[in-house]
Design a binder for this molecule. Structure first.
Ligand code: TGC
Ligand code: FAD
Length: 392
């Protein structure tokens, strides 16, 4: 792997909209990615292995719980800072950003928002330091876009709950210490339970043969008469809205993260276009390549502005689910299109692991699918603007 000489495009001077603290945080994560992720990520992706030695370092750079209050081990940062952290990590690899997103938005988030004080004190500080790693179980084999149809269920057995069912496509499940599991009670109401590795009847087989997010571990969660202690149920919110609210935060992270992947593809293609000559001149001098590069930087710039504005709305507590859907959908699609164009600029070299583009491109196939597919986010916008629900 070549040295990481990444330079971020900032065509509209979005940096001027950031505070010194934002830039400091962004630059320190960028430096960490150059030092710790870029040199090893291709090898791990080729081997389809998660670089678990990065977990402690992710905790050290503040990637676990950036906006969880300091008293619970988080960093107490604002939404723009949290977004910039995701952007920089995904510039390295979407799979590493997945681990940070899941730990922060989908594990620490629900415990902080819906858990008891005892649960917050027991789990959050250890999740922040990476001593514990979590995963989030919503999707099931027969219920992906429609999680409300889930069949995973628990029964009240007096001094414990008895949990049965299965979850599929769960990031980090093969090595997670705890799982936030969404399941229905006997009345059919959805609650979140904290299931711990080692509980009898709980297993987490890994899903193999992925062509996407190869440096991220994905697996199942299987519950076969698992006895879950009663104090592991998060009592402070129930119904489908509970997991969906967590997704707002993770989708927001993807809106920023996908910009990182796109910036890496653009920067790689721009540099290559100046170095590679055909027909006696750099390929960047041909109009067709300039069209590709100009459109890439235009789309990245639009996505940067969308993410920044969404972050300011989120800081003010004004960002809606539909606004977050629009940014997740737009920016994930933007990134995959940028990756495809960038791949072409590199010709044959674009398909090799000597450059990061093909890995980003394959990763983005998951990014455009998880946290709600491209279609689902379009329909969320459709419902918001027409008032007519296409899901029912
Ligand atoms: P619907 O009837 O619309 O809503 C059910 C209840 O939930 C409320 N609600 C929300 N509450 C808070 N925040 C939100 N964002 C909310 N969205 C909806 C809603 O008000 C209602 O409340 P109530 O009190 O009336 O019951 O639900 P629906 O069944 O029609 O489904 C709507 C739909 C399709 C939009 C939703 O199910 C959906 O978003 N589906 C996509 C599923 C999805 O995104 N799964 C992601 C799984 S996790 C993942 O992919 C992690 S990858 C992580 C990584 O590796 O980075
Ligand atoms: P389906 O819901 O079966 O959709 C198939 C197709 O039908 C899609 O194109 C979809 O857009 C379309 N479709 C569905 N409903 C409609 C409709 N009403 N109108 C029009 N088109 C529709 N889940 C978790 O809970 N936790 C995780 O950590 C997690 N990590 C993941 C990691 C990876 C690598 C991947 C690939 C997925 C992960 N997921 C996770 C699951 C992810 O959220 C789901 O894959 C996603 O929500 C889509 O569900 P599905 O795959 O079952 O597709």
């Amino acid at each position: 792997m070549k040295p990481d000489l990444f330079e971020a495009p900032d065509y509209y001077k979005v940096d001027d909209l950031l505070t010194d603290e934002h830039k400091l945080i962004r630059d320190s994560v960028r430096d960490w990615v150059k030092k710790s992720v870029s040199p090893i990520i291709e090898e791990y992706a080729q081997k389809a292995k998660f670089p678990d030695h990065l977990l402690k370092e992710l905790a050290e750079i503040g990637a676990f719980g950036p906006n969880i209050p300091v008293e619970y081990g988080g960093s107490g940062l604002d939404e723009i800072s949290a977004g910039l952290i995701m952007q920089e990590i995904e510039r390295g690899d979407s799979g590493i950003r997945s681990t940070a997103s899941v730990q922060s938005s989908l594990v620490m988030g629900p415990i902080f928002n819906y858990g008891t004080e005892e649960q917050k004190k027991r789990f959050l500080p250890k999740l922040a330091t990476g001593e514990l790693i979590g995963c989030f179980g919503l999707t099931e084999p027969d219920h992906g876009s429609n999680p409300g149809g889930m069949t995973t269920n628990y029964k009240d057995c007096g001094n414990h709950y008895l949990l049965n069912g299965a979850k599929l496509w769960i990031s980090n499940s093969p090595f997670a210490d705890i799982a936030i599991v969404w399941a229905k009670n006997e009345e059919g109401r959805i609650h979140g339970l904290i299931v711990e590795r080692g509980m009898e009847g709980f297993s987490t087989p890994e899903t193999h043969s992925k062509w996407s997010l190869r440096a991220s571990a994905t697996g199942e969660l299987i519950f076969n008469d698992v006895k879950v202690p009663k104090n592991n149920l998060m009592p402070n919110k129930s119904g489908l809205g509970a997991p969906l609210k967590c997704l707002d935060s993770a989708r927001y992270g993807i809106a920023w993260g996908s910009i990182g992947a796109a910036m890496d593809c653009y920067d790689t293609a721009l540099k290559y276009s100046k170095e590679r000559s055909q027909f006696g001149k750099p390929i960047g001098g041909f109009q067709l390549q300039q069209k590709k590069l100009s459109e890439m930087v235009t789309e990245i710039t639009k996505a940067q502005l969308l993410a920044w504005r969404l972050g300011t709305l989120k800081n003010e507590g004004k960002a809606t689910t539909a606004q977050i859907s629009m940014a997740k959908r737009n920016n994930a699609e933007m990134a995959i299109k940028v990756a495809r164009e960038a791949r072409q600029v590199l010709g044959g070299m674009g398909i090799t692991g000597d450059y990061p583009i093909m890995r980003h491109m394959m990763n983005l196939e998951s990014v455009i699918t998880y946290e709600g597919t491209h279609d689902i986010h379009l329909l969320i916008t459709g419902l918001d603007i027409t008032g007519i629900n296409a899901f029912k």
